[in-house]
Design a protein around this ligand. Sequence first.
Ligand code: GLN
Length: 481
Amino acid sequence: MHQLTIHEAKEKLSSKEVTSVALVQSVLARIDAVDDRIKSYLNLDREKALVAAEQADMQGEGGLLHGIPVAVKDVLCTQDMPTTCGSRVLDGFIPPYNATAIEKLTDAGAIILGKLAMDEFAMGSTNENCAFQIPENPWKKEYVTGGSSGGSAAAVAADLCFASLGSDTGGSIRQPASLCGVVGMKPTYGRVSRYGLVAFASSLDQVGPFSKDVSDCALMMNVISGHDRRDSTSINKKVPDFTRALTDGMQGVRVGIPREYFSEGLDPEVDRAVRNGIEMLREAGAEIIDVSLPHTEYCVAVYYLVAPAEASSNLARYDGVRFGFRDMEATSLIDMYRHTRSQGFGDEVKRRILIGTYALSAGYYDAYYKKASQVRTLIKDDFATAFNRCDLVVSPVTPTPAWKIGEKADDPLALYLSDILTISANLAGIPGLSVPCGFSSDGLPIGMQMQAAHFNEEILLKAAWNLEQRAGVAGRKPILP
Ligand code: GLN
């Protein structure tokens, strides 16, 4: 039962072929069997899940996710469960309120099983920066899941929940989705409320779903989207029924291929799988055109100024006074701040705070942060120009499939560079998704990235669904004990 998609499980629930309790039990048994190997859950609340499932069964009918067990990245505040952000500094922190995305899930009837592993404060591309455990790729032991929402991607790929939520600041939903072979969407900035999402870089962060197929992605988007007065960046725009976008045929849709995204450094197997996917879109009726995003080469540099600058400001609040961990041995207030932060944060977080504080400091602000913000506008304009000519742009998600844990861990620059294809969507605020399009010769999944203009998630879902129908990789599962 744990292998079902949400739409399959919903049908079986409404025909009374299965109960919500049975779904939860099946997923819990699966977690017991394989999560020692995957290490995706930081926190699991079995009792509560079973009680919620019993209630759902008693109620019978309900919202869009009635009785469906899901899980969330540990960056979303949950009132009754610890929220650590993968950091020692938040060890033991239980938020006093729920994130809006969490409320929307539970209002729709979903059962929240627990919290999933992530890179500390969502900084990373492999999940090796999690202070508590490093999740592993379901497709290959000791391989990275990607990051920073690695637990969220791995849990869906290994059937440890029916769907999950993650957050994407520079690729943290699309990249692990690609490396773990599931569907992951970063919605338009402003589409999903960020109230209760622990902030990393506020002008880039966005909440989005991981799912087993495109249809479930659309369903999850229906549940979590919408205006929220408690998030000033949330946009008051009508939310369409995303499942209606899933129609067969790509006639009249112009697919842009950005030449800068197929440059050297791209793994030949990734190149082949993505080009193959593009052919399938053409066969489905799409018109394929070449486009250019000329400022692509500046994305990594811009992102690694803007994101750390915002992070250095957002993370100032973890000083031992209000949240989580506090060094109890310090004898003065200043020492307490200092020790709490030195012991509480990991190396990557400290590196970002240093870079960000430097970039914002007097005398350097104009040269770094201001300059980066100006180039960011050029990157955004590139997309606006491209979307005058096409409806979506298609590319790889990452230059390579997953790699071995530890392989790049000592080389932060190599990891920053691997974000090159996903960062621009966040800088521009546009929606993007990753959908499986093939496998490498050693059995690792490869995703295709699709990006569209602001609030045009529907065209992404349509294109991804058309690809999924044709790519022949949907439903393929990793072999686990
Ligand atoms: N890998 C990128 C980083 O380390 C993106 C992270 C994210 O999207 N949260 O910042």
